[in-house]
Design a binder for this molecule. Structure first.
Ligand code: 5GP
Ligand code: ZN
Length: 116
């Protein structure tokens, strides 16, 4: 994906504050953090969104989910964190390359979903 900003980050054409990298996955700090700890976990493979995932992405998605708590702890999320995957227009997705937000810090995060 030539013009995808996260593909460019994965190809190192755009700099990022990288916190983890392996053959398939990259994690880097969000440029506009919503909390003291806010990083993004992406597959290097371009996938538009969670809606565009297919059965053959199962291993990759599993690896990303298993990595999330490990990196969160390494980054200083001692007592929990929030994982957000915005999907599509309704989900408020802005960058159409699948990414998991990992958000945390010392204080409890605001309640995001109000019931009733
Ligand atoms: P979305 O709304 O698509 O779930 O979130 C996109 C996220 O990417 C936002 O939190 C935004 O701050 C972050 N972001 C956008 N452009 C860049 C960039 O060039 N570098 C980094 N590190 N983060 C970015
Ligand atoms: Zn991409």
């Amino acid at each position: 994906m030539d013009n995808c900003i996260f593909c460019k980050i994965a190809r190192r054409e755009i700099p990022s504050n990288k916190i983890y990298e392996d053959e398939e996955i990259l994690a880097f700090n969000d440029i506009n953090p919503a909390a003291p700890i806010h990083f993004l976990l992406i597959p290097k493979l371009h996938i538009d969104s969670l809606s565009a995932t297919e059965d053959n992405h199962q291993d990759l998605l599993g690896k990303m989910l298993l990595l999330a708590p490990k990196l969160a702890k390494e980054q200083g999320c001692e007592d929990g964190f929030r994982t957000i995957i915005n999907t599509g227009r309704v989900g408020g997705q802005e960058i159409f390359h699948l990414h998991f937000h990992i958000i945390g810090g010392r204080e409890r995060l605001p309640v995001m979903i109000h019931h009733g």
